[in-house]
Design a protein around this ligand. Structure first.
Ligand code: ADE
Ligand code: ZN
Length: 335
């Protein structure tokens, strides 16, 4: 059992969230409200029936439902409402800074203009007291040509997102499939990240680093299968955005007691805790921290380190990063 003091610290400590798909924050209640507002027909009769379908066996079984849920998003206000709801939850969890993924291809494929997507999400970020930036993610089950076309469509709005990511079905879609489009994004000055080593092998983490030139790895938990790679991640301080509840719901680990977060930290890796798709995986930031600290032998010093890691790995201007880190240290000095 987690003692009350540690639980309280986990809830109150200042946090950075670096791995959240905004479409994965869409709660069933909001899916139904937007479906009604937009006249979209859903395959589920009720909020309860939809929630009951959230029994996933792997990444693909989740993605099929996640893309269906996103089909209710049509107007700029829908993207605004979804993002505002997430930011309110993040604020309640003392998230001070967040870097939000969005999947434009999920929406443009349905005829929604990319401007509608970006403007709605961005406007909600501007209206929130939480520091929030955006990362445009390419869907890796689609082609590199489609990623290039999406980049072209998104470039007129480039002042509204600072990074490029890679998500969706990992197995069979290795990072190197997107070598040229990531090279172009690097030339354009975007910060780069990619999902790798969630279900895929350590080799995908290596090619994300060496071919795509990403600065952080999303998930990356399978790095421990390769000792040399583990040492490299620690030595080069390449952060992993770990998502504990996601890993359990998608059967990457059977149960939280088997999660390797502590081993990653003990290996010297800059591991961070994040929510991934909180509406689908049973919790936001604080739920992720509490679930991991309940199941693993983690204490106050780990909480301090994880809070620091989040801000250290953030794509923030150096002065702002140092200010957040000072806030974390002041918080822990007073515990
Ligand atoms: N898109 C949303 N969540 C994802 C995850 N956990 N892995 C890959 N793609 C995703
Ligand atoms: Zn993810």
């Amino acid at each position: 059992m987690l003692n009350e003091q540690l639980r309280d610290v986990l809830q109150r400590m200042p946090k950075a969230e670096l791995h959240i798909h905004i479409e994965g924050s869409l709660e069933p209640e909001l899916i139904f409200a937007l479906a009604q507002r937009n006249g979209v027909k859903l395959d589920y009769a009720s909020v309860e029936a939809l929630r009951a379908a959230y029994a996933f066996t792997d990444l693909q079984s989740f993605l099929d439902i996640y893309y269906a849920g996103a089909s209710v998003l049509l107007q700029e206000q829908d993207f605004y409402d979804m993002t505002a709801a997430y930011l309110k939850r993040a604020e309640a969890d003392n998230v001070r800074h967040t870097e939000i993924f969005f999947d434009p291809q999920t929406h443009t494929a349905r005829g929604v203009p990319i401007k509608t997507v970006i403007d709605g999400i961005h406007r909600a970020c501007q209206d929130s007291p939480v520091s929030a930036t955006l990362i445009l993610s390419f869907l890796r089950h689609l082609s590199e040509a489609e990623a290039f076309a999406t980049l072209e469509e998104a470039l007129p709005y480039r002042d509204k997102y600072l990074g490029i990511g890679l998500d969706s079905s990992e197995l069979g879609n290795p990072p190197e499939k997107f070598a040229r489009v990531f090279a172009r994004c690097k030339e354009l000055g975007f910060r780069l990240v990619a999902h790798a080593g969630e279900e895929g092998p350590p080799a995908y983490i290596e090619t994300a680093l060496d071919v795509l030139k990403v600065e952080r790895i999303d998930h990356g938990v399978r790095c421990l299968d390769d000792a040399a790679l583990t040492q490299r991640l620690a030595r080069e301080r390449i952060a992993l955005t770990v998502c504990p509840l996601s890993n359990i719901k998608l059967c990457v680990f059977d149960e939280m007691a088997q999660h390797n977060l502590l081993e990653l930290l003990d290996a010297g890796i800059v591991a961070t805790v994040n929510s991934d798709d909180p509406a689908y995986f049973g919790g936001y930031m604080n739920d992720n921290f509490i679930a991991t600290f309940e199941a693993l032998p983690l204490g106050l010093s780990h909480a301090h380190r994880l809070a620091r890691n989040g801000f250290s790995a953030a794509f923030l201007p150096e002065a702002q990063k140092q200010a957040f880190l000072a806030e974390v240290d002041a918080f822990f000095a007073a515990v």
